[in-house]
Design a protein around this ligand. Structure first.
Ligand SMILES: [Zn+2]
Length: 329
């Protein structure tokens, strides 16, 4: 009986031992499944599904879902991750794009400025004989004549409207074709000692070295003929301008300097002059005062011509003042 109890005990121990071995075997199987050694345990990105934390998640998921649902969950998860990977750079690129957009604004602006046609191309300077300065805008005229400067040092456009081009001259039925520089209204004093300067580089085409003033009778007759005419005849108007110098400039532009008291001996027809070069002195020749032998009324009468029109012809006082003030500097 004692041996039988011992045998039963041994059998029970053996059964217990076998049971423990089975349990351990099952445990080993689960461990090997979760070891991560299987290539299927790696996702598309190559990340190894290993580690205790992931293993617990993996088990939770595989146990909660059937096979297809698990694969779908992996795919969905990967898509989300992939989307997140794409969205993140997009968010980062967004300010870059904005920066580029902001940076591109000045380029666009510059491009627009560059696309504007330069003024010199709007004016057909290649064919200057076709230029009609009575039809050109103030901007174009200022551009075209900006190479000129005032013919008296330090002077500016007269403050008196009647001394501007296009002002009426009723005493001779005509218009004023030039700009007058009187002391007091042009900003500097003007006397017989005042130098007259070439307004721009050019060639002298007229220099009245042999000028003879009109007699009183000649002057009165000229005024009488002018008053009875529709407009001052050109030959008489030329007498009213007194002693003159004319200079031919680029594009056929001509400047006239009138009422001179004297002309420098070096200034002859054909003489090439530079801008600012002294060509004579101011006076009052061709005027009533000069004819009467008076020394009053000294001033320079300065004209700018192109293709038969003086600068300012037909324009308002304010427009003329603006053009001359902007062009002559
Ligand atoms: Zn004048």
């Amino acid at each position: 009986m004692k041996y039988s109890k011992v045998l039963i005990l041994i059998i029970v121990i053996i059964l217990i031992a076998v049971g423990c071995m089975n349990i351990h075997k099952l445990s080993l199987t689960e461990d090997s499944f979760s070891s991560g050694a299987n290539p299927a345990d790696k996702d598309n990105t190559g990340n190894d599904y290993s580690g205790n934390v992931f293993n617990q998640e993996f088990y939770d998921r595989i146990y909660a879902l059937n096979g297809q649902e698990f694969l779908n969950s992996l795919e969905t998860s990967d898509n989300k991750k992939s989307t997140a990977d794409k969205e993140e750079p997009d968010d980062k690129e967004s300010p870059v794009k904005n920066t580029e957009s902001e940076n591109s604004k000045p380029e666009v602006s510059t491009s627009q400025e560059n696309t504007e046609v330069p003024l010199e191309h709007l004016i057909n300077i290649q064919n200057p004989s076709a230029l009609n300065i009575t039809q050109m805008s103030s901007e174009e005229l200022i551009f075209l004549f900006s190479f000129l400067s005032h013919p008296i040092q330090g002077a500016k456009v007269s403050s008196v409207n009647g001394q501007l081009p296009n002002a009426p001259r009723t005493y001779r039925n005509g218009v004023h074709e030039g700009l007058d520089y009187y002391g007091g209204s042009c900003g500097v004093s003007v006397t017989k000692d005042t130098s007259v300067l070439a307004a721009g580089p050019g060639t002298v085409i007229r220099a009245d070295h042999g000028f003879l003033e009109m007699t009183q009778a000649e002057y009165d007759e000229a005024i009488q003929i002018s008053k009875s005419s529709a407009i001052t005849p050109e030959d008489l108007l030329d007498k009213f301008r007194g002693m003159q110098i004319w200079i031919q400039h680029e594009h056929g532009i001509i400047t006239r300097y009138a009422h001179l008291d004297s002309i420098d001996s070096s200034i002859q027809v054909g003489t090439v002059v530079q801008k600012g070069q002294k060509i004579g002195n101011t006076g009052n020749t061709g005027t009533r005062e000069s004819v009467q032998g008076s020394g009053s009324g000294i001033h320079l009468h300065f004209e700018i011509w192109l293709n038969g029109s003086f600068l300012g012809k037909g324009k308002s006082v304010s427009t003329v003042r603006n053009i001359y003030s902007q062009a002559l500097k």
